[in-house]
Design a binder for this molecule. Structure first.
Ligand SMILES: [Zn+2]
Length: 541
């Protein structure tokens, strides 16, 4: 900046270089002579004249303005620190933002270039095939040869005729080979997909609408006050959604999560924090306080006041709503919570009702190792030992062959006798041809104390360890042969799941499986294992 010159009005040949403040000094704008001629005065405050002229919003004068003496020193230092830091911080933030966007641009550019390359390569490959077809046609049609013969003035008509006749004969002879050759290339070319620009257009508009999220976030940041008024404590709702009860299959949770993340734009407006995390937590409905209900009501109001176009957007996510609806329907044990959640317009759609058919239960005795005489079937559904364990396993199986395409839910109950701590038992699948063999050999079993097929821990603790299983009295089993699903859940604690290891075991290849229950060892008279219920459902949720 060019230095501005101001002359002292008392000493006109000298430049003003200081601004001085003191109750006894009337010459505020001072030159060097003014200072020289000044008597010694205590408490004169001087600041640079030049610095004042060049001052911006960010310029800080340590000694200006005057403050109350008691706080003066501290306040000056505080302000000085703040101004210094603010300057650095602002620059740092600007740098951060600039490098953020530079990085984003670079990454986008890189990805787009790579996709562009792919598209061009795709088209070029197709063009190459097309030009191959032309080349091959020209080759076998021998157009050029024919032209050459006709145009050759050195040849007589007779010669030309003869040579052309030879080409015709050759062509006839080559007919099968040529047909095959040209047909093959023609087929390739025909099967080429027309390059689809509209697919790219779709992706483009998705990307652009995602980029709009930046704008939205910025707007939110600027309208902070407005936001604060609307602020909602989402913890109660997100806890409910994040919670996983054992009746939901992992794949159901995954599909719900996927549905929500693919509609992120909508949900980011409704839910202020991530809804799904891998670490699910159980919610204690009794602990919900009044303010939780208030929060949920506030959310409902917020959603109902979304602009109309947003409501349309909401309507278009019907599938997602159904998923959420089903989820909430099952998750909300407390009617009151469910009612509140259902007040949201987004949850208004009627949930699909699960159609359930019950399968009649009848257990039949298996005579493995002549053990049939050692136990009774009681009430068609319960295996009772008649003797204390010596060395025999007791087995019973259902009277029907499992339909591979149906989805079954088995509920099993184990006796709660004093002997329960030592009891070893199992249940699972056995082939129809092997009903009198030992089940464990087929390795399609859940066993309370070891690994026999259904032993991969999907969630929670390992149910195949006796210190865990000895406290479980109810089991739920999800079974679908065709889809290779065989999961065992503990229905009481609702936190543990084991499954067949689908990478090792493929039950879908079997068409003749029956469901078995088994008393393995350490049983006493009075112990029992019972199939409480068998349901056939449309889907596992
Ligand atoms: Zn002067």
């Amino acid at each position: 900046m060019e230095k501005l010159q101001f002359k002292c009005n008392i000493h006109p040949s000298y430049d003003i270089n200081l601004i001085r403040f003191h109750k006894d000094i009337s010459q505020v704008l001072s030159c060097a002579c003014c200072i020289e001629e000044q008597d010694d005065l205590a408490g004169v405050t001087s600041i640079s004249f030049q610095k004042m002229i060049e001052a911006t919003q960010q310029t800080y004068f340590y000694n200006w303005p005057p403050y109350e003496k008691e706080v003066s020193q501290q306040l000056k230092q505080q302000l000085s620190n703040f101004f210094t830091k603010m300057d650095d911080m602002n620059q740092k933030m600007i740098n951060d933002v600039m490098s953020f966007f530079q990085d984003l641009r670079d990454q986008i550019e890189k990805k787009i270039s790579s996709v562009q390359q792919k598209c061009i390569k795709f088209i070029q490959q197709q063009q190459e095939q097309e030009s191959n077809l032309v080349k091959e046609y020209n080759n076998i049609s021998r157009k050029l040869d024919i032209q050459k013969i006709i145009n050759d003035d050195s040849k007589s008509i007779f010669q030309k005729n003869q040579e052309l006749k030879k080409i015709v004969d050759d062509a006839l002879e080559q007919k099968p080979k040529n047909t095959q050759k040209i047909q093959k290339i023609a087929k390739q070319v025909e099967s080429n997909q027309q390059f689809n620009l509209s697919m790219l257009e779709r992706v483009k508009s998705q990307i652009l609408s995602n980029l709009d999220l930046f704008n939205k976030q910025m707007d939110n940041q600027q309208n902070k006050d407005y936001d604060l008024q609307q602020q909602i404590n989402m913890s109660s709702l997100s806890q409910i959604l994040r919670n996983q009860f054992n009746q939901f299959s992992i794949s159901f949770i995954d599909s719900l999560e996927q549905a929500i993340s693919s509609n992120f734009y909508l949900f980011s407006e409704i839910f202020q924090q991530p809804i799904f995390k891998k670490e699910y937590i159980n919610i204690n409905y009794d602990s919900l306080q009044d303010h939780h209900y208030t929060d949920i009501l506030k959310l409902a109001q917020l959603i109902s006041h979304l602009p109309n176009n947003k409501s349309k957007q909401i309507q278009s996510y019907k599938k997602t709503h159904n998923l959420i609806n089903n989820f909430l329907n099952r998750a909300s044990q407390k009617q009151s919570v469910q009612n509140l959640l259902m007040r949201y317009p987004i949850f208004e759609l009627i949930p699909e009702v699960q159609e359930i058919n019950e399968q009649k239960i009848q257990l039949l005795k298996s005579n493995y190792n002549q053990s049939a005489q050692l136990f009774q079937i009681y009430n068609l559904d319960t295996l009772y030992p008649q003797v204390d364990y010596t060395n025999q396993q007791l087995q019973a199986f259902c009277d029907f062959i499992i339909n591979p395409s149906l989805k079954y839910i088995f509920k099993i109950e184990i006796s709660q006798s004093a002997n329960r701590q030592n009891l070893q038992f199992g249940f699972g699948l056995g082939r129809d041809t092997l009903i009198n063999h030992n089940l464990y050999e087929q390795k399609l079993m859940y066993f309370s104390d070891g690994q026999w097929g259904v032993d991969k821990v999907v969630k929670g603790q390992n149910l195949t360890q006796q210190e865990i299983s000895r406290n479980i009295h109810f089991y739920t089993i999800k079974l679908c042969i065709l889809e290779n699903i065989f999961e065992v859940l503990d229905s009481v604690e609702n936190i543990n799941v084991v499954s067949i290891n689908q990478e090792i075991t493929d039950i879908s290849k079997f068409k003749d499986l029956r469901f078995f229950v088994n008393m393995c060892s350490n049983y006493k008279k009075g112990d029992w294992i019972r199939i409480q219920q068998i349901e056939i459902v449309k889907q596992f949720i």
